[in-house]
Design a protein around this ligand. Structure first.
Ligand code: ATP
Ligand code: MG
Length: 367
């Protein structure tokens, strides 16, 4: 949508028919990511390729790279789609990460858990998202059954960090090496899934600056062209630990559609197309809350509650099946910086009330 609004024609290659991006594509190719004929046709049709998520087989991106610029490159995507490579990249370049061990077997898991000697999280190396593919472990737990349950050939065991808050920074980097960070945003997760994001993060200015500088340094070290998002754990003393990276627009940046001069989506298009980056100045502070499929139980949510609200922007992604834990949409509530906390409480309350059966029916009856 951001590319279209800049006047570009868009081609989409996806494995599923009628994927969400197809509705704004001028050309849609449905093919497996290892179908070289389809990849060749796709490369022929476009001037530049980008990715919407990082779990694309690297072979497909490497093939495309022989024909057309791929931004971010296959090597950046490879690092970010594998927790082991990502953590090793961060650690080898001096970026702080949680203590971790690479795990290839139940035996290695048992050794690692006793070495870390702390409450830990076992995470699959590949294909994890929204807290899926993660198991909490503490000293003395049954590592053999945890390994079996994870059912993954490779994983990392990571020490559970006692952070005071979580934050993320989205940084754009051009092919000329210019970087520009969006304002730091504060994130709260529930059950491993992003729940609420507040911008700007209410943190010490020194911590904010450090988070942006670290994200720019990561972008430069990786050599990303496009966006890179760094997720951070913020410690009580202001230290930062990098949790993970995403080489693309990020859920915690969806509010930029309304809160900043340039949205993260538009910035991504600018960076991959070689255009000047846009201003990331805040137009307004705001709060974004995610809408998960759970809200559709036992029926359609009360949309009118949101639609009546001034300064509230609702985005639904058109997913047909509202499954529990599935991200169906989000809304952003704008506010002044002074009343950001009240806006946050209000946004969470609105989400609670829009769920069918949450008591709103009684209020309507009274009216
Ligand atoms: P996504 O891709 O949606 O961000 P993910 O499945 O890759 O999620 P992580 O970012 O690794 O998952 O973890 C999700 C959340 O779980 C974190 O944002 C944090 O709240 C919690 N978490 C993960 N690792 C740790 C840790 N080592 N210590 C404490 N909390 C953690
Ligand atoms: Mg994460």
């Amino acid at each position: 949508m951001a590319a279209k609004s800049l006047g570009y024609r868009v081609a989409v290659l996806d494995e599923i028919t009628d994927g969400p991006a197809c509705s704004c594509a001028d050309l849609s190719i449905t093919a497996s990511f290892d179908d070289l004929d389809a990849l060749a046709r796709f490369a022929e049709a476009v001037d530049v390729v980008t990715v919407e998520f990082e779990n694309i087989p690297i072979g497909a991106l490497e093939f495309l790279e022989t024909r057309v610029p791929v931004r971010p490159s296959a090597s950046v995507v490879r690092t970010c789609q594998d927790r082991v490579l990502e953590k090793e990249f961060l650690q080898n370049n001096g970026f702080p990460v949680a203590p971790f061990r690479v795990i290839n077997s139940a035996e290695e898991l048992a050794v690692a858990l006793s070495e870390l000697n702390a409450s830990s999280i076992l995470k699959t190396a590949a294909l994890g998202y929204d807290g899926k593919g993660q198991i909490s472990l503490k000293t003395g737990d049954d590592t053999a059954s945890a390994w079996k349950q994870l059912a993954s050939p490779r994983a990392v065991l990571e020490k559970r960090i006692s952070f005071t808050s979580e934050a993320s920074v989205i940084c754009a980097r051009t092919h000329e090496g210019e970087t520009l960070c969006f304002p730091v945003q504060a994130n709260v997760h529930r059950n491993g899934i992003l729940d609420v994001t507040t911008v700007p993060a209410q943190l010490d200015p020194i911590v904010l600056q450090k988070a942006q500088e670290m994200t720019s340094a990561i972008a430069a070290k990786l050599g990303v062209i496009g966006l890179i998002t760094a997720e951070f754990f913020v410690m009580e003393n202001g230290d930062l630990i990098v949790n993970e990276l995403a080489p693309r627009p990020h859920n915690s940046g969806h509010h930029t559609l309304e809160t900043t001069m340039t949205s993260q989506f538009s910035q991504h298009v600018r960076a991959v197309c070689g255009l000047p980056l846009g201003s990331v100045e805040l137009r307004s502070s705001g709060v974004m809350v995610n809408l998960l499929g759970d809200l559709w139980q036992p029926g359609e949510p009360h949309w009118e509650l949101l639609l009546r609200e001034t300064g509230l922007f609702l985005h639904l992604y058109g997913k047909r099946e509202p499954k529990a834990g599935r991200k169906m949409g989000h809304f952003t509530l704008l506010s002044s910086q002074a009343s950001l906390l009240e806006a946050r409480a209000k946004a969470i309350e609105l989400r609670k009330l829009m769920k069918p059966g949450a008591g709103l029916e009684k209020i309507f009856e009274r009216i």
